[in-house]
Design a protein around this ligand. Structure first.
Ligand SMILES: [Zn+2]
Length: 337
């Protein structure tokens, strides 16, 4: 089969690789129907994370089951499945508590930008749809496997409630966070965005206000819109020191920040956090918990997170997907084998 391999910053190649095999009785192998490039894939691509030896890439996927191990009984060959970037047995204590992304047997997906993918913990990770979905739903279902699931978690972690005020960014996860905030009943959704096309999508997804300023000016604008105190809920979906600082200062006393961008050199000052009275919860989203609900919302047309993909490429042009996203010419690239 063929798949993406990263060698060095800016150097992603499409190569012939060994076909994945069932290694454990809990594994499945799927044929990829669609995969994509994640904002977090750009960290190593930009040299902000060590790469080490050349290795495959990708953790978002929807596909058709090819083969299952002996202990996989929830799904069978031929079914269309959606999974999560973090695999889970769905039976351990953390899974039963709804924190499948901290499953005691968790393995993170990392080889999905390829024709075929081995899914560890397949019995607990994969959710099959009722029949094969119409092609029009594939981008939305793919989004559910990470960006939409992560945006949903960010909104819940930030405790978005009916009637609340939420602040979000305009990356792929942030835009899905707008969808989540809207679905969870936020009355006012403030999108921080300076790109016209992303502003348009945020408004379409339910944003009520757009703020194009950043940093202290952005924080001041949020306070202008929230009676001078800050927002109830802030979704931090980037992971830089600046985005975290802006999020913490945009929330009101008693408000909450949900942070889902993998932090890179983020420091939180204990004394500042203490006096802010802001709640802070983050981490890898327990997407598996939300899969059945989010799949249903996509297939009933209630939400369309597939719109965050503004570029579709054949899988063999995966390097172009990275380059385009790195140069911010695309929000998110969908790849089709
Ligand atoms: Zn588990």
């Amino acid at each position: 089969m063929r798949g993406a391999v990263i060698y060095a910053p800016g150097d992603v190649r499409f190569e012939n690789l060994d076909d994945p095999k069932i290694l454990q009785p809990t594994d499945a192998v799927i044929r990829t129907v669609a995969t994509c490039v994640c904002g977090s894939d750009l960290w190593p691509y930009r040299g902000a994370e060590p790469i080490g030896d050349p290795h495959p890439m990708g953790h978002e996927y929807v596909g058709v089951v090819e083969e299952v191990g002996g202990e996989v009984t929830h799904v069978e060959p031929g079914q269309f499945v959606v999974g999560s970037f973090a695999t889970s047995d769905n039976t351990c204590a953390n899974c039963l508590n709804g924190w499948q992304s901290s499953c005691l047997h968790r393995e993170f997906m990392s080889t999905c930008q390829a024709d075929y993918v081995r899914i560890p913990n397949a019995h607990g990770t994969l959710v099959a749809t009722d029949g094969h979905p119409d092609a029009a739903f594939v981008p939305g279902l793919l989004a559910v496997s990470d960006v939409m699931g992560t945006g949903w978690y960010a909104a819940l972690a930030a405790e978005v409630k009916p009637g609340s005020t939420a602040v979000v960014g305009d990356g792929a996860v942030g835009l899905c966070g707008v969808i989540a905030a809207e679905e969870l009943g936020a009355e006012r959704i403030i999108a921080m965005s300076r790109h016209e096309s992303r502003q348009k999508l945020a408004l379409e997804f339910g944003a009520t206000d757009i703020i194009s300023e950043r940093g202290d000016e952005g924080i001041a604008r949020v306070k202008d819109l929230t009676g001078g105190i800050g927002a109830d809920s802030v979704l931090e979906c980037v992971g830089t020191a600046e985005s975290m600082r802006q999020a913490l200062h945009s929330a009101r006393p008693g408000g909450n920040v949900g942070f889902v961008g993998v932090p890179h050199e983020v420091q939180v000052d204990g004394e500042e956090l203490f006096f802010s009275q802001v709640g802070l919860r983050g981490g890898p989203a327990p997407v598996r918990r939300y899969l059945p609900d989010l799949i249903d919302r996509v297939l009933t047309g209630r939400i369309n997170p597939g719109k965050v993909f503004d570029l579709t490429l054949p899988l063999d042009q995966v390097a172009e997907g990275y380059k385009t996203m790195d140069e911010r010419r695309a929000v998110k690239a969908l790849l089709k084998p």
